[in-house]
Design a protein. Sequence first.
Length: 131
Amino acid sequence: IRTSMKKFSIIFTGVMFLAFGIASIVDPIFVGSPVEYGLTSPISRIEFRAFYGGMELGLAAFFFYSLRHIRFQAPAILLQILFFVGCLFGRGIGLSIEKEYNSVLIWTALAELFTVVIGIIALIEMRKNLA
C-alpha cells in the first residue's frame, strides 16, 4: 500500500508532537535535561509541562484532526514547515551566538530539517495532484 507523502508528513509530525508532548508532561526533567533545562523547582516543571507538553499535545491533535478533514491538510503541512523552520532559525541564531553545542542539539536540528523537507515534498506533491 502506497502512502502519500502528504499523509506520511502529517502522521510523522503528529506522532512526534504526541510523543514529546506526553513525555514533557510525564517526565519534564528527562525531556529537559539533555539540553540543560534546570527545572529545579515545582513551578518550573509546571510551566514546562504546560508550555511544551500542552503545546505539543495541541499541535498533535491538530495534525491528527487534519488527517480526517482534507481542507486542513495543506494548512497543517504549512504549519509543520513554518514551525520547524522557526525552530531551525532560532537554533541557528543560538548556536552562532553561544558557539557551543552537543549531540542532542545536532540530532534535533537534523530531525527538524527532515520534517521541513518532508513537508515541502508533501506540498509539492499536493500541488502536482491539483494540476
